[in-house]
Design a protein around this ligand. Structure first.
Ligand SMILES: *Cc1c(COP(=O)(O)O)cnc(C)c1O
Length: 488
């Protein structure tokens, strides 16, 4: 299958590429993103074949259905990364929390957030492609807290890849920061920046587009790539688990094959939701994808009003920082599939130039056939955490935003799969406060919640506090390029 640029072709960048090219060089014509030219038709026959097969076989065949140009051996090697999840036979446990609601726990990988689901196999593929081609890549990741640790973790000591990770100083939890600044492999660099996540993301985009930076890298024989969800290599692995969780409900006799469900996605850069959208349009019976946001309502406003408006909008720091976002990159891919390249380019240019775009009523109606959306305040989120903890189920503040979407957005009483995007251990001070426990630092909060709920702290988190801090640099935006070159 070919991948095409979301804003049409400028005659300089390729007009279409294979998968390997799209993931090595993810920036496309006119600053757009690569999107699959068409989607595979999975249908119930495809689905029924996987009722008795495991996650990795489903994943393998789904990747094949997208016609990716990656050797079979390498795909299997990449999928073997799931062997290091808590349960190698089932990387994504599905847990019932209401009569008609189940949580897809996407956080059982090494960094305890759902980013591992895609980044773990992606790291193996990218490094192997680079080795095969004799090329060296620099991966720059801007992170609001979970992408960074997961990116560093997947590329640690991987040949031909170096990673530079930018995080907003003060914009992550202690655990997230420690996961990054204690990484000690030689091919990894971590920089705190003065600013918020959008500043980090903008700085990264500027560097990725900067000719002088590219020249400097070229002299060193290094090319640039990206591992955030602008990279389709991330997205493709985020389709699989939505299908897996649906099949889990069928296996348990909770639904019949072909029955419709809702999928709830706590959203930021919209990669996870896009994975659900692709699953739906490849034939997974999904009535709608319910989008949860926090006080940063740019996505909920778009889906409810058709207007993406950044004028007079400041980033609000919330208790679900991985969803603190203004520019949500993957919405563009949905626009492409709904409206085509020309209109997508028009809308994205409007956002660039005027900080706003407006869908027509007709376009909004089509968007709302796939999505509904609602925001959740921090106070509402804490109340949700407390209520479910009282029943013995512990969730993190991102997952908590999904509960309101489940309660308020369904138009029919259909079974609902709620994506849980992080383990409570990554945001323990918020969880402790929600439970009325007295602890403000991560270390104390972890202990307090663990004791109160009689739930163990996983080793990956417990051992962080004793590790040596290897990266303590915090810089201004303007100094990033210089710091990068020094690292290289
Ligand atoms: C990244 C992340 C999100 C947002 O996911 P997107 O795919 O960017 O929408 C939500 N919750 C957590 C915990 C995350 O790490």
């Amino acid at each position: 299958m070919q991948f095409v640029p979301s804003r049409g072709s400028d005659g300089v960048h390729p007009a279409s590429v294979r998968f390997s090219e799209a993931i090595l060089n993810p920036s496309a014509s006119f600053g757009g993103l690569y999107v699959p030219q068409s989607l595979p038709d999975l249908g119930t026959i495809f689905l029924s074949e996987y009722l008795h097969r495991d996650y990795k076989h489903l994943a393998f065949d789904l990747l094949q259905a997208f016609g990716i140009d990656i050797e079979e051996d390498l795909i299997w090697e990449a999928l073997d990364r799931y062997d290091h999840f808590d349960d190698p036979n089932n990387p994504v446990p599905v847990v019932q929390i209401e009569e008609d609601a189940w949580v897809s726990e996407l956080y059982h990988g090494p960094t305890r957030a759902f980013k591992d689901m895609a980044l773990q196999p992606f790291g193996t593929i990218l490094s192997s492609l680079a080795q095969q081609r004799g090329e060296h890549y620099l991966i720059m990741a801007a992170t609001s807290g979970d992408t960074g640790p997961a990116t560093l973790e997947t590329f640690r000591d991987q040949p031909n890849i170096r990673v530079a990770c930018l995080y907003p100083d003060g914009g992550t939890s202690d655990v997230q920061r420690l996961q990054m600044v204690t990484e000690s492999a030689d091919n990894l660099n971590v920089l705190g920046i003065h600013g918020n996540f959008d500043d980090a993301q903008q700085a990264l985009k500027a560097l990725l587009g900067s000719p002088t930076f590219k020249d400097d890298l070229k002299q060193k024989g290094i090319q640039l790539s990206a591992a955030n969800s602008v990279n389709f290599g991330r997205i493709i692995f985020q389709i699989i688990y939505h299908i897996h969780s649906y099949l889990e409900l069928v296996r348990r006799g909770q639904i019949g094959l072909g029955d419709e469900v809702y999928i709830v996605v706590p959203s930021g850069n919209f990669g996870n939701a896009l994975g659900a959208y692709y699953a739906k349009h490849s034939g997974l019976p999904v009535r709608k994808i319910l989008i949860a946001s926090n006080a940063n309502t740019v996505l909920t406003d778009l889906i409810n009003t058709g207007i993406y408006d950044l004028r007079d909008r400041d980033l609000i720091l919330t208790e679900s920082p991985a969803m603190d976002i203004l520019k949500s990159s993957n919405v563009e891919r949905v626009l492409f599939h709904l409206l085509g390249a020309e209109r997508t380019r028009e809308l994205m240019e409007s956002l660039n130039d005027d900080n706003v775009y407006r869908l027509t009523d007709e376009e909004l109606k089509r968007l709302q056939e796939d999505f509904a959306a609602v925001e959740t305040t921090d106070a509402e989120g804490e109340a949700v955490i407390a209520a479910y903890a009282a029943q013995g189920y512990l969730m993190d503040p991102h997952t908590a935003t999904g509960i309101k979407a489940y309660r308020t957005l369904r138009e029919a009483p259909l079974p609902t799969l709620i994506c849980s995007t992080a383990e409570w251990t990554k945001f323990s001070p918020t969880v402790a406060r929600a439970l009325g426990l007295d602890a403000t630092e991560d270390e104390g909060a972890l202990a307090a919640v663990s004791r109160a709920m009689a739930i163990p702290i996983p080793k990956q988190i417990r051992t962080l506090f004793d590790k040596h801090i290897t990266h303590d640099t915090i810089v201004d935006k303007e100094d990033i390029q210089r710091e990068m070159l020094a690292f290289l």
